[in-house]
Design a protein around this ligand. Structure first.
Ligand SMILES: Nc1nc2c(c(=O)[nH]1)N[C@H]1C(S)=C(S)[C@@H](COP(=O)(O)OP(=O)(O)OC[C@H]3O[C@@H](n4cnc5c(=O)[nH]c(N)nc54)[C@H](O)[C@@H]3O)O[C@H]1N2
Ligand SMILES: Nc1nc2c(c(=O)[nH]1)N[C@H]1C(S)=C(S)[C@@H](COP(=O)(O)OP(=O)(O)OC[C@H]3O[C@@H](n4cnc5c(=O)[nH]c(N)nc54)[C@H](O)[C@@H]3O)O[C@H]1N2
Ligand SMILES: [Mo]
Length: 818
């Protein structure tokens, strides 16, 4: 999130899109309702009438997978009616930048599309700016060197390119694609566009309805473009706010539980391009902007991992880090390899892919190819139990399965990071039952056992033997969690002293830091008499809900990122009533309630001298980007297009109306067991299926389906269908139905209500079927797994699967599915 939950109270209009906060993020909903009590309005864009939609002012019902059409249409409305925030757009975005005249967009395809060895990708050179002066290779995207047209009239300027691009998304076209009534579309546009004024805040809240598509990243991008045009980023009550998932999923991505990242969102090291440290510094450390510090973060991370062994002479042991081989190593990539017998063993640590993964039926079959499986979990999940699942013959499965019982979050201490980037330490409430141990304990013993094996040799023992691993407390069973925290936070190598924040990190090996963005969370707050992550001071001087001494918000305890944009160029707040920061021109100083997201002062010229304030005209709005202006047009950063464009989901009932390019050209696809896709407009599978969560169950349901009370109140797998479809197939609520896709079929109960209704898409009625994906064959409440139906195709930037839109058929159980 750019902002945070409490900040929602400052919002005037919410656009909740592809997120059902009332069920899945009740704390967010609490603050939304507080804002609503003060007159805020809520738009919910969702194919289903969710609990959130039930609380909305406008329910913008749309067909799954058509969000880009909807939002591009809204952007077109805003530009046509001149409702964008001009000062903001001109001063804080790249609207005025001129783009290479070779840039082209034709029939859904951007210039630069190439195909090598059957794999499509974009060459990015035609998406680049026109440069004047400077040397792109040497200076990077320095904004002074980029040609601009501040009148925004040049046909090659970003604003005109965007305007032309979205002009194809007129109301009629958008409504035909999305199935949204014109009146609803117009009302939603009007209401959200009203936040393009300096004193109004519009807030975009999104989640899995946006990301789980083959163009999920572009779905997120289009929301950013919208918010930039309305001047809604960096302001209280504004922002683009991803409602993250499991309570600590923010923490897991911060720590790079993703195959293409290192901790703190540094790019992964690739065998093909990084043979030595200098390659990384040359190729992946930008020449300008804040990220020019990346080398300090990487080297400090290597020091944290390899300690005294990491020296300048040996590239800080850069060579010891395992290198990515450039292949598809996401969840789907791994399961595809597994199905081909290329993976010997798997540790399923706090995950349940037998229920949660796409094409789960094929996924469970792939697991049979493993020699061994370790499950670290609270319960015997469907994954741990895959070898005795209903459809399998245990006698034929050779996989050796180990189960490590783990402690639940309340049974151990540690930090959890929420969607608002707050790191909060939690104490243990109760002891874990039986033999269950904390995940840290399990990791500690596992590492020590592996290290022991390497004492007698091994292929490449140095990184294992020399890894810093100093978490023992004499006489104690549990490893020293404080020591882990110090390593993550960063310390001075010579003195061992905890660092106050990432500004102190160096590239010379004198500092160590496991995850630079968290640096500062373990620093002492003298007033609170504890470290930042443990403090709970309820002080909110601004009244904006910033609570700067409650927990720690990464980076640098900043509560609202890009907060330079909450003021005009001269440092006057757009909305004086809601001002986290302002420039006091008389005194020549910044008055700050939040940590400035810009360089507010220069270091003192002499020891003990006061820092010198940097005046407003010397500050930049988006210091994380090389050009320091936000990208309406993305010259880099995404691989699949500089502007968001509507494509159909891989499985769709209709042809793409805006171009001849039916699908995202770079879609990640798989062969063999994971390749099955229904054809466009399939007669066999005429309905659009989508999956969602329910308040009673958590994720794959391992935790909640094992909880007797929750298992009782939500005991059955079901599908929501419209009354019209129910009549057509002859069912009523509670009947059993069979739902089938090209990949498999499931049997479940049907729920007939107005949650799903047919949508009028391109002149024909399209039925939507909604299914929760939380059921499986273990636990107290059992039910069919929706993921047996979902396709294994993914977004080219993130490889996230397309869980939210696919083709299916439905029949009353007992009748043949044709
Ligand atoms: N009770 C409960 N809370 C949870 C979880 C849980 O399992 N149970 N899971 C946690 C996790 S890990 C996550 S990631 C979050 C997820 O939180 P959400 O994203 O809110 O969860 P979903 O219900 O999967 O999807 C949200 C909505 O997207 C809609 N949708 C489907 N397709 C589309 C589309 O193409 N466009 C649009 N605009 N909407 C679409 C669905 O109808 C659904 O209402 O929730 C977290 N919180
Ligand atoms: N069709 C469809 N599929 C989806 C989604 C969707 O919207 N639609 N959403 C996707 C999303 S957003 C997500 S996040 C994934 C989730 O997919 P998974 O992560 O595979 O599913 P979970 O059920 O969250 O699995 C977490 C497991 O961790 C265990 N656990 C809980 N606490 C602890 C602990 O402290 N230590 C250990 N070791 N174990 C613990 C639980 O018992 C559970 O078995 O599913 C994805 N799958
Ligand atoms: Mo998630």
């Amino acid at each position: 999130m750019t902002n945070h939950f409490i900040d929602f109270k400052n919002t005037d209009v919410f656009l909740m899109i592809g997120s059902n906060s009332a069920e899945n993020h009740p704390q967010a909903m609490k603050w939304i309702m507080k804002a609503k009590d003060k007159g805020a309005k809520l738009i919910v864009a969702d194919p289903r009438l969710t609990k959130s939609a039930g609380l909305s002012d406008i329910h913008a019902r749309l067909r799954p997978g058509t969000d880009i059409a909807f939002i591009n249409g809204m952007i077109n409305y805003i530009i046509e009616k001149d409702l964008y925030f001009k000062d903001y757009v001109l001063n804080y975005t790249n609207a005025s930048y001129l783009v290479n005249p070779e840039y082209k967009f034709e029939e859904g395809v951007f210039s630069g599309l190439v195909e090598t060895n059957g794999k499509k990708s974009y060459k990015l050179d035609t998406w680049m700016y026109q440069m004047e002066g400077g040397d792109l290779a040497k200076d990077g995207l320095k904004k002074e060197n980029i040609k601009k047209d501040p009148t925004l009239q040049d046909p090659n300027c970003v604003f005109q390119i965007l305007k032309k691009h979205v002009s194809r998304y007129d109301m009629k076209t958008v409504c035909k694609i999305t199935g949204m009534p014109e009146e609803t579309f117009q009302k939603a546009c009007q209401l959200f566009a009203s936040t393009g004024k300096p004193d109004k805040a519009g807030n975009v809240i999104y989640a899995m309805g946006i990301t789980q598509h083959t163009y999920g990243s572009q779905n997120c991008r289009v929301l950013c473009v919208l918010q930039l045009l309305l001047g809604n980023i960096g302001i209280p009550g504004g922002g683009v706010n991803a409602q993250r998932g499991e309570s600590n999923v923010q923490g897991s991505t911060d720590f790079a539980m993703l195959n293409h990242l290192l901790p703190g969102y540094n790019p992964m090291i690739y065998a093909s391009k990084h043979t030595k440290l200098q390659d990384y510094l040359d190729k992946d450390v930008p020449k300008t902007s804040f990220w020019s510090n990346r080398g300090k973060f990487l080297i400090s991370m290597l020091k944290a991992w390899y300690g005294n062994k990491a020296t300048k002479e040996n590239d800080f042991c850069f060579d010891w880090v395992p290198k990515h081989d450039g292949k598809e190593r996401s969840h789907m990539g791994i399961f595809s390899e597994m199905s081909q017998g290329n993976i010997k063993g798997m540790i399923a640590w706090g995950q349940n892919p037998a229920v949660g993964g796409p094409s789960a039926f094929q996924g469970r079959k792939a697991m049979e190819k493993l020699d061994w499986l370790v499950a670290v979990d609270l319960f015997e999940t469907e994954t741990a139990a895959f070898w005795h699942r209903p459809e399998a013959d245990p006698a034929k499965i050779q996989t050796e399965v180990f189960f490590f019982p783990a402690a639940m979050s309340y049974e151990k201490e540690g930090t959890v990071i929420n969607s608002g980037r707050w790191l909060q330490f939690r104490y243990k409430a109760v002891n874990p039952p039986g033999e269950a141990k904390s995940d840290l304990w399990i990791a500690d013993r596992l590492f020590k056992a592996v290290k022991k094996e390497y004492q007698s040799g091994g292929k490449f023992p140095e990184p294992i033997r020399n890894m810093v691993w100093n978490y023992d407390i004499p006489g104690e069973d549990e490893p020293n969690i404080d020591q882990v925290a110090v390593e993550i936070n960063g310390y001075d190598v010579a003195t061992g002293q905890v660092l106050p924040g990432f500004a102190k990190l160096t590239a010379d090996g004198s500092t160590a830091c496991g995850c630079w963005i968290h640096s500062g969370y373990w620093a002492e707050d003298k007033e609170a008499k504890t470290v930042a992550a443990k403090r709970r001071l309820l002080k909110d001087k601004s009244g904006l809900g910033l609570f700067p001494q409650f927990a720690f918000a990464w980076p640098a305890n900043r509560r609202i990122v890009y907060n330079r944009c909450s003021m005009d160029a001269a440092g006057n707040p757009w909305n004086p009533k809601k001002a986290p920061i302002k420039w006091d021109a008389l005194q020549g100083q910044w008055i700050t309630e939040d940590v400035p997201d810009f360089k507010a002062s220069d270091p003192a010229p002499e020891p003990n001298g006061k820092p010198i304030p940097v005046p407003p005209d010397k500050t930049v709005p988006f210091l994380m980007l090389e050009e320091e202006h936000a990208r309406l047009f993305a010259v880099k950063g995404v691989v699949d297009g500089p502007l968001p464009e509507h494509y159909e989901p891989i499985e769709s009932p209709v042809k793409n109306l805006v171009s001849r390019q039916q699908n995202m050209p770079l879609t990640v696809r798989f062969k063999g067991d994971f390749s099955k896709i229904a054809e466009t407009g399939s007669k066999e599978f005429p309905y659009v299926g989508t999956t969602h969560r329910v308040i009673e169950h958590y994720q794959s349901g391992a935790v909640t389906r094992n909880c007797p009370s929750l298992a009782e109140i939500s005991a059955h797998m079901f599908a929501n269908i419209s009354p019209k479809l129910a009549q057509q197939i002859g069912v009523k609520t509670g009947d059993d139905v069979v739902i089938e896709t090209v990949r498999g079929k499931i049997t479940c109960k049907v729920s007939v209500s107005g949650v799903c209704v047919p949508l009028n898409v391109e002149g024909k009625e399209v039925e939507v079927i909604g299914m929760p994906w939380c059921f499986g064959y273990m636990g107290i409440a059992k039910g069919a797994t929706a993921n047996d139906l979902t396709p294994s195709v993914g977004d080219p930037n993130t490889s996230i699967p397309e869980y939210k839109a696919f083709l299916c058929n439905i029949k009353k159980a007992g009748r043949e599915v044709s």
